[in-house]
Each structure stands twice: as C-alpha cells, then as structure tokens.
Design a protein around this ligand. Structure first.
Ligand code: GL7
Length: 836
C-alpha cells in the first residue's frame, strides 16, 4: 500500500516543496548550512573549492525544488514524452549555466561577495563532466538545454561513467593520457537514486516452451545478472520552471558477495564478481568517429537500453493504458546506433514478457523509435560480430535474425529475384564472422531516420542507405540540421558581447529567441558599434592570450589574427593540412626582408584537440604541430609575425575561453566527411569567421550569413570519389608548394624527420585519401584572402557583426522544435511555479 502523509502534516511538506525566494539572506544561509553541515568546514577552514561546493549545493536545492514540481506536474498531466538515448553527454561545467538559467547569478554574486568570495573563482573550481568524445556528445547536452528551455516533457538517458574522456598532457610534444576520475571530489549535480534500479541479464540460454494450445514462446534464463542504478542530473530550462532529467545508469553487482565463497575464505574470488559488474560502466570509450568491437562496450550498450526501457515501461504502466497506446505516449530517439539494441530489447519484452504477437509488438516498436545518423565514415559504422552478440545476448540474436528474415521477405516481394539487393540490404553482413549492421537494424526498426545537416542527409540518402530510400520510397528519411544552445555558447561564454547585444536590441529576449539577432544587421554600418564590437573581441583575445601564457609560457600578441582549429584530431578533419600550411607560411616569411615582414598580418595559429589513444597517425599530427611550434616560436627572425600554439586538454570549459577569441576558425574536413560540425556554429555566433570547405553545416552557415562572410575553398563533395579513384591508379599530382613543405620536414627542419615518415607517407605513398594535395593550393589562397580582408579593419568588423547576426537558424531551439513537430510529435507542457 502507498504511504500517505498524515493530513495535519501536509503544511510542512508544502513549506519544504515550495522553492525558496532568491534573496541574499536566504542564499547566504543555505550556503553556510551546506559548508558547515554537509562539508564540515568552519570559517577558519575554508578555501575556494569548499565555497564552490557550498554554492553548488545551495543551487542544487533550488534545482531539486523545480525538478520535483516538474516531475509531479508531468505525472499529473501525463503528456507524451520523448526519451533521448545517448551513450554520451558532454555537459562540461554546471554552476555558471545553472545560475544563469535560474536567473540568480547576480544575486549569488552579491551574496558571496559579502561573505568574501569571488563567484568567478568558484566557477573555475568545478571539474568538467566530460562523458563524451566530441560533437556528438556535446550535441546531446545542447539538446537537453533546449528541451528544458522550450518546456518539453523530455528525459535524457545515458551512462554514468566513472572515468570520462581522458586528460591529455603533452610530454615532449607527444600526447599522453591520464584517467579522468571526475567523481573524486563528489558531484553536486547528481542525485543518487539507490531506490531506482533494474536487473540486467547477460549470457545464459534460451528455452523454447510449447504451450498446450501449440503456441511457442521463448524464455531467456541463466547467465549472470548485474544491477543498473539510477543517478539523476537535473537540467533546468532557461527562465522557465521546466527542469528535466538526465538519468545516468551505473552498474552494480546483483548480489553484494558470494557468501559461500566468502565464508570459505575465498575473498579474492568473492569480490571479483562485484568488480566485474562495476567495470561495465567504468570508462567511456575514447573513440570519436571510430568503432572498436570490444565486448565491454557491447555490455555498456545493452545495460543502458535494458535499464532505460524498464524505466520507461514502468512509467507507462502506472497509467494503466493498453500497449497500443505506447507509441502515442512515448517517443524514443536513438543518438546514433549506439543504443540500437533498444529495438530488439523492446521487441523481446513485448513478445516474451508481455505476451504480444510478433506483429503487434513490431508495430509498436517501429512507431516508437527514431534514429539519427551522425557520420558516413565507414570505420565509424557499428558492426557487431554475430558470435559475440550470440554469446552475450542469445535471445536478442534470435530476434535480430527474425527481424532480418521478415524484412528481407518484404524486400523480396517488392523486388522479386533481386539477390544482390537482398545481400546488400541484409542486417546480417555475410563473412567470417558474420556481422550485425547496426545502422540497418536502426533503420528497419525506426519510423524516421535523420541526418544532421542538408549535405549529410543527402549523402546518407544517395550514398550509404540508397537501397533503403528506394525500398521505403523516401518516406523514412529526413534532415534536421544540428544546432547549439545560445545560452552556453554566447550568453554564458561571452558575457561582454552578450551584454552589448542586449543593449543594442533593447532586451535580452534573444537568449530564448535567436531570430532576434537578425536585428543586429541594422547596426552593421554604425562606426561606434563596429568599434565596440571589435573592442570586445580584443578583450576576449587578451583573455585567451593570458590563458595560453599561463599554460604554455608562450607570449602571444592580442593584436595578431587569431586563427583557431580546435576539435578532435582526425585525418578527415585535416589538422595535418593546417600545420603544412603553417610551414608554408614560415618558409615564405623566411625569404622576406624585415620590411616585407613588417607588412604581413601577424598571425597566431592555435590548435587543440585529443586524439584517440590508439590512433597512431593522429598522434603524429600532434607531435608535428608541437615540433613546428617549437621551431617557429623560437626563431628570432619571426617574432610575433607567426606563432603556433597547441593548447593541451581541449574540453568544454576550454572551448568557452577559446571560441569567443577567434578571428578565423578552421573547419577544413575533406568535403563530404564532416556530417555537420557544431563548433563552426559556435565560432560564427561569437563573431568569428570560418575558413572552411564546402562541407557539413558550413554550407548552410554560408547560406545564412552570406558568402562574402566566409572563406570557402577546396573540392566539392561530389568530386571526391572520382579524385580518390584517380589517386589509386596514377601517381598523385603533388602541389609544388606542398612538395617544398614536405622537403623541409624531410630535411629535418622540425627535428628528426624519421619520426614523421609515416605521416608524410599518407600523402606520398598512401594515396592521399583525404585529398590534402588536391586542396592545398586553394587552401593557401583562401588563407591569403583572409590576410587581405583582415587588413581592412572596418570591413572585418562588418563581416564579424554579420556573422553573429546571421546565426538565428543554428539555435538548438530550432533543431529541437523540428524534432518535436516532425519526428516525436510532442508538445510543450508548461510547468506552474507551484503545485496546487
Ligand atoms: C559527429 C560528426 O562527426 C559531427 O560532424 C557532427 O556535428 C556530430 C553531431 O551530429 O556528430 N558524428 C560522430 O560520430 N561524432 C561526431 O561528432 C563523434
């Protein structure tokens, strides 16, 4: 029976469930209460970290108040909900963004000031929550912010990794990795929910049961069980009550100990089981756009979807609706194929546990799921070896085979006798071993499949999933161009520019309605605005210059053109081409007289980004950047005309310092390889100009801001295949400037050339798969155009203003509204300030 409060105590509950007023005295009290009682500190035993903790806990109380009201309101209203399933959430820090969302930053600042603490210092004490690799994980975080802000009844689901993405240190120019034990000092932004936990089975066997009436059913039994425990991370909307939840699962052993073993004195063996369960959610796989077929990763994926579906189904069942209502109450978005096992898992629950027929179950499944594809790179497409799946998840393997069989039967009906088509479209890829093509399973099990930018959505339709477009007659496939949250990526990270925009537009409502930025265009010719705009840019460059100096001891001039490429290190993103371009510039400068050099635009080239630990070529690129920097930065003939800096350990909070400081940012992937990119949007929103290829969202950004305000270069996506084909069959045309650059490396200008041989070989004997040689000349030309344009101070200021003014489309609010209307069919559910 449910516990009910004695009626005469209800007023007490009401008192504690009503959010506290945002007043200085109340804030100081709650801060001091947490500092003294939660953290056992005293006035004479305080430091910035303890005061960060006190502030965070005080804010957490406010978050939980809003969260409780939101959840109760949703329970009462029972709207259709969306569940966003993602193996990655790259949240970064929370204190600043929560203060802003709750509209209490100024008053917290005052309250802390009076107590003798500087809020800015406390914000810097927080460690990043880095449960993601790059764009895909950060996109999930931006989408949570928009879902909350737009009042959608949404939940994020993910994994609470004990170790996030590794910490990168540069030692002797090389990347070295250190574990990111981010939970070491506790995490104020999570609520441990030991009461919310589910059992998850692995391995075992499948029993076939024939009922008296001849019907056949299957029971999955035996094997080993672990438990997934929930940790809830409240995500407040900006300027609204709605506070949604990201529920992260942590694996625990199903039984504490094997007591028999324990009593036998076999302690080691007894703890082993416990450890092996906890290992499942121990570490984030550090690969971006690359699949590694490790069994532990498959265990993560299954634990994740198994616990998530049990949770969603428990919530659904509370309302006693029939199963046929499920797709009208629940929409599940798969963030890439990583959670695709949710499809056979829901099918299994419906037929094996709920007793539905295959067809009824499959109808529910395919009306519930939708799938976002985030990449066309073949090495990133997930394929799991059949024997591996069979061993770990025997019942799921059977179900996948059946899904495939029924699907191929329909294909055969539509295209009779087309054996090659069946082979191409089969979810099971033939080979030794066979593989499960997870993207195909996700397509077949979903009602909608989307790409993340126009070009990318066209490529998935016309190149990688063509057969499926034909089979579904185009009906399943659509585009939702990515977006970024303007709260974190302008309002929070660039307060000076944010205040200036608010002042010019006469209101701060642009923070929730980015369409309003368009009005900035009216000011583009106003000299005072141009001047102030560029003064703010300079302030942000000074902030970055100081950071660079504090970390690397390199002095850089805030008056140089800041040219920035920060993202994961990957061959397709072509940081290699960037550093080759830097060498080209250096060789050119070395031939100049001092008078000629004085006329050059001084340039700072900044790199940052992590390489996957096992990605040899990417790691060599990092080494080359550092070696080139070492030579150029210490060449007395060069001085400030050229500086090259690699900033270690790129992460979300570093991005918040770097992005507002760019004059130019580089997004130079081989055309057709970067599905969208999202940092491109962040740079332009902050008035930085893109130098980039005709790829991903660069194209749509160019359409919005105007082609005069972006430096495009390089071959187009539809030319790439032909060029690669030619590269395979004839000697690659090596650009003469590029040849000179490679000669300089091979001569040892940047240290032992032996080190860089494998890297140079990717161009000379490796077929130059990413077309660096082909694009090099037009890349150098675009760089020269940028230098010329930068000399015209007024012209540059105009470009910069038009960049920000043209970015309305790239708010994640627009993306989320598109998903909600076109794909999830959910509506906002606005939450009242207090409950009746
Ligand atoms: C990515 C794409 O590479 C990137 O272009 C895109 O912006 C991002 C979000 O849609 O998704 N795909 C992918 O596998 N990773 C990405 O960042 C890791």
């Amino acid at each position: 029976p449910r516990w009910l409060p004695p009626p005469e105590t209800l007023h007490l509950w009401k008192e504690f469930e009503t959010p506290e007023p945002a007043e200085i005295a109340a804030i100081q009290k709650s801060f001091l209460r947490h500092v003294t009682k939660t953290f056992a500190r005293t006035a004479f035993n305080m430091d910035n970290f303890a005061s960060y903790q006190g502030t965070a806990y005080s804010l957490r109380d406010r978050l939980i108040d809003k969260w409780n009201i939101t959840q109760q309101h949703h329970t009462r209203e029972d709207p259709k909900r969306v569940y966003y399933l993602s193996l990655e959430f790259l949240l970064g820090r929370s204190l600043d963004s929560c203060l802003l969302s709750l509209g209490v930053k100024d008053i917290y600042k005052k309250a802390l000031d009076e107590l003798g603490f500087r809020l800015e210092d406390l914000i810097g004490e927080e460690v990043d929550a880095a449960l993601g690799n790059g764009g895909l994980g950060r996109l999930a975080a931006c989408y949570m912010d928009s879902l909350a802000t737009l009042d959608y009844p949404a939940w994020g689901y993910g994994i609470r990794y004990n170790y996030g993405i590794f910490k990168q240190l540069i030692v002797d120019g090389y990347q070295t990795e250190f574990p990111d034990y981010w939970l070491n000092f506790g995490n104020p932004w999570e609520i441990e929910r030991l009461d919310v936990s589910y059992e998850v089975r692995f391995r075992g066997y499948v029993n076939k049961v024939t009922e008296e009436d001849g019907t056949i059913s299957y029971v999955w039994e035996g094997g080993e069980k672990v438990v997934a425990v929930a940790y809830d991370v409240p995500i407040p909307g900006y300027g609204t009550m709605n506070t949604i939840n990201i529920r992260l699962w942590s694996a625990k052993p199903a039984r504490e100990f094997d007591f028999a073993m324990f009593n036998d004195g076999n302690y080691d063996k007894a703890v082993e089981e416990q450890k092996s369960a906890e290992n499942i959610t121990s570490v984030l796989y550090p690969n971006d756009n690359h699949m590694v077929g490790k069994i532990l990763r498959l265990k993560q994926q299954y634990l994740f979807v198994c616990a998530t579906l049990q949770d969603a189904i428990r919530r659904f069942k509370k309302t006693n609706r029939p199963w046929s209502d499920f797709p009208y109450q629940v929409s599940i978005q798969l963030n890439d194929t990583h959670p695709t096992l949710g499809i056979p898992e829901l099918q299994r629950i419906l037929i094996d546990e709920e007793g539905l027929s295959w067809d009824d179950a499959w109808d529910i499944v395919t009306k519930t799921f939708s799938f976002t594809n985030h990449t066309v790179l073949p090495e990133a497409l997930e394929r799991w070896a059949v024997p591996l799946v069979q061993d770990l998840l025997p019942r799921h393997m059977m179900i996948i085979f059946d899904i495939n069989l029924f699907f191929l039967q329909k294909v055969e009906k539509k295209f009779p006798g087309d054996r090659d088509r069946l082979r191409r479209m089969s979810i099971i890829e033939e080979g030794h071993p066979q593989n499960v093509r997870m993207a195909f399973l996700a397509i077949v099990g979903s009602h909608t499949v989307n790409g993340v930018a126009e070009l990318h959505s066209n490529l998935i339709k016309n190149v990688i999933f063509t057969d499926f477009v034909e089979y579904y007659e185009g009906n399943k496939f659509t585009n939702v161009t990515n977006g970024i949250t303007p709260r974190r990526w302008l309002h929070q990270c660039n307060p000076a520019l944010s205040d200036f925009i608010t002042q010019k537009l006469g209101s701060d409502s642009w923070v929730k309605d980015l369409e309003q930025l368009k009005k900035l265009k009216e000011f583009v010719d106003d000299p005072a605005v141009q001047k102030q705009w560029m003064a703010i840019k300079r302030q942000n460059k000074v902030r970055l210059a100081d950071y660079i100096h504090s970390i690397t001891s390199i002095q850089v001039s805030p008056d140089s053109l800041f040219d920035i490429q920060v993202k994961r290190i990957h061959e397709y993103k072509r940081q290699f081409m960037n550093i080759l371009g830097v060498i080209h510039r250096y060789l050119r400068l070395k031939k100049m007289t001092p008078e000629q050099k004085a006329k050059e635009v001084p340039r700072l080239v900044v790199f940052a980004g992590k390489s996957a630990p096992g990605y040899f070529i990417a790691k060599l690129v990092i080494k080359l950047i550092n070696s080139v920097g070492e030579v150029i930065n210490n060449d007395p003939e060069i001085g400030d005309v050229l500086k090259v800096v690699f900033i270690p350990n790129y992460n979300v909070s570093l991005a918040e310092i770097i992005i507002p400081a760019s004059d130019i940012s580089q997004h130079i992937s081989t055309a057709g390889t970067e599905a969208s990119g999202t940092s491109n949007m962040k740079f332009v929103l902050n008035g930085g100009i893109i130098l980039g290829t005709v790829d991903g969202a660069n194209i749509e950004i160019g359409e919005e801001i105007g082609e005069d305000n972006i430096f495009f270069f390089g071959v187009k996506a539809d030319e790439v295949e032909d060029i690669r084909h030619l590269n395979r069959y004839r000697k690659i045309e090596m650009d003469p400037d590029l040849r000179n650059v490679l000669d300089a490396i091979e001569k040892g200008t940047f240290g032992d050339p032996k080190i860089f041989e494998p890297l140079v070989a990717t161009l000379t004997v490796g077929g130059d798969y990413y077309l660096i040689s082909k694009d090099f000349a037009s890349y150098i030309e675009a760089q020269a155009d940028a230098d010329e344009a930068y000399k015209d101070k007024v012209g540059w200021a105009k470009k910069s203003i038009l960049c920000t003014a043209g970015m309305s489309k790239f708010s994640s609010d627009r993306s989320i509204n598109e998903y909600a209307e076109k794909i999830w069919k959910i509506k906002p559910c606005s939450v009242p300030a207090t409950l009746p």
